[in-house]
Design a binder for this molecule. Structure first.
Ligand code: ADE
Length: 242
C-alpha cells in the first residue's frame, strides 16, 4: 500500500512513522508513506496556502490551487482514494480501517484553519473522515491515527497475526483483561481460570470478561452483538440482586 499525506506540518507526523509496527511494515515493503508539505505545491513567491473567506467571518480558508496541484501531482500514476480529515466527516471505525487497508493508494489531506475551499471537496475528495466528535487544530494527528489503524492491519504488519484478531472491535466486543507475571503483585492475584491451563475454561473466562466490560463501558455495542443464551444468562448473573 502507498499512502501520501498532504500537510502544512509534516513534522507532526514524521517521527511517529519511525517506530514500532508502522516502521516494521514499511521496512518489510508492505507500506510506503510519503508526507508532503503543501507549501511545496504553491506557485507564488510567498508560498501562500490560505486566504480570507468570501462572505467574511473569522478564520482563514485553505486555497484551492495548491491542493489541486498536490492531489493531481500525487495521483498521476494511480487512482488514489482521496481522504479529507475533518470533524464533518463520517466516523472512523475499526471496520473502516480494515476496508481502507484493502486499497492500494490513499491520499490524505490534512486541513488547518477553518478548512478547505469547497471546490476541493467537490472535485477531488472521495471520502471525508472524522476521528471523533471534538475539534483538533489540524488534520495531522487525525491522519496519523488513520495511518496507524490502517497500517497495523496490513498483512504481515504484526509479528503475531492472531494478536490483531483478538483486539477490541475485531469481534464487536471490548477486549478482555490481560495479566502477565508475577502471579501475585501487591496482594492482587491473577484470576484462577487463567492459571488453570484449561483452554476451554480460559476461552470462556475471556469471553465473559469481554461481555462484562462491554456491558459496563459500551452497552450500546451489545445491541449490535448476537448474544447467545449463555451470554444472556451470564450477563443476568452479573446484575446486582434486587
Ligand atoms: N480535524 C480537526 N478535528 C478533526 C477530527 N476530529 N477528525 C478529523 N479531522 C479533524
Amino acid at each position: 500500500m502507498r499512502i501520501d499525506v498532504i500537510a502544512l506540518f509534516p513534522e507532526i507526523i514524521l517521527p511517529a512513522l519511525q517506530v514500532g509496527i508502522l516502521k516494521r511494515t514499511q521496512d518489510a515493503g508492505n507500506l510506503t508513506i510519503n508526507v508532503h508539505n503543501l507549501r511545496d505545491f504553491t506557485a507564488d513567491r510567498h508560498q501562500t496556502v490560505d486566504d480570507y473567506p468570501y462572505g467574511g467571518g473569522a478564520g482563514m480558508i485553505m486555497k484551492p490551487e495548491p491542493l489541486f496541484t498536490a492531489v493531481r501531482t500525487l495521483s498521476r500514476d494511480s487512482t488514489a482514494r482521496v481522504i479529507y480529515l475533518t470533524p464533518q466527516g463520517t466516523p472512523f471505525t475499526q471496520s473502516l480501517a480494515e476496508a481502507l487497508s484493502l486499497e492500494s493508494h490513499l491520499l490524505l489531506i490534512c486541513g488547518r484553519y477553518k478548512g478547505i475551499d469547497e471546490r476541493v471537496r467537490m472535485k477531488l475528495v472521495t471520502n471525508e473522515i472524522s476521528i471523533g466528535d471534538y475539534v483538533l487544530s489540524g488534520g495531522e494527528i487525525p491522519a496519523l491515527v488513520l495511518i496507524d489503524a490502517v497500517g497495523r492491519v496490513l498483512p504481515r504488519a504484526l509479528g503475531d497475526y492472531e494478536s490483531a484478531q483478538g483486539d477490541s472491535f475485531s469481534q464487536e466486543l471490548l477486549d478482555h483483561p490481560h495479566y502477565t507475571r508475577p502471579a501475585e503483585f501487591e496482594g492482587m492475584t491473577v484470576p484462577e481460570a487463567l492459571l488453570s491451563g484449561n483452554h476451554e475454561k480460559i476461552t470462556e473466562w475471556r469471553h465473559e470478561q469481554s461481555l462484562k466490560r462491554t456491558a459496563e463501558q459500551r452497552p450500546e455495542l451489545l445491541e449490535k452483538y448476537q448474544l447467545t443464551e449463555e451470554d444472556i444468562a451470564y450477563l443476568d448473573s452479573q446484575k446486582p440482586e434486587r
